[in-house]
Ligand binder design. Sequence first.
Ligand code: FES
Ligand code: FES
Length: 151
Amino acid sequence: MANYSIQVNGKTHEVDVMDDMPLLWVLRDLIGLTGTKFGCGKALCGACTVHLNGNAIRSCSYPVSAVKDGKITTIEGLSEKGDHPLQKAWEKHIVPQCGYCQTGQIMNAASLLNRNPTPTEAEIEQAMEGNLCRCGTYNRIRAAILEVASK
Ligand code: FES
Ligand code: FES
């Protein structure tokens, strides 16, 4: 066991865990941030996507020991009142169906816009293709991202 001090959504949390504990477990089970979801547990679906220093990572497969002094952002910390432009566009386009994958979709889209604020449709497709949605909301996801990118 090791003691880690990790920064999540602007707050520092001390956790005493194994080096290889996935960040997702720390976020959900120890810190109580359950907005980030568990899907495959193998870095294959994107449901667990969070940001490390603004870049998307798959927290189910990211050991807490690798976070070091990086800044983690979860869906709870993406905006103060759920009013990030992507969150507003998601509402406008009524993107979610069951909703399970949508945290990961939004966090991955936010990471894309951090590095490329005006992606083309093809760039959106490429960036989002690893985030799976069993409800098939892909067209609405793309429309919502395109709307934010066009502003
Ligand atoms: S739960 Fe992490 S990628 Fe599927
Ligand atoms: S909205 Fe149901 S899995 Fe994506």
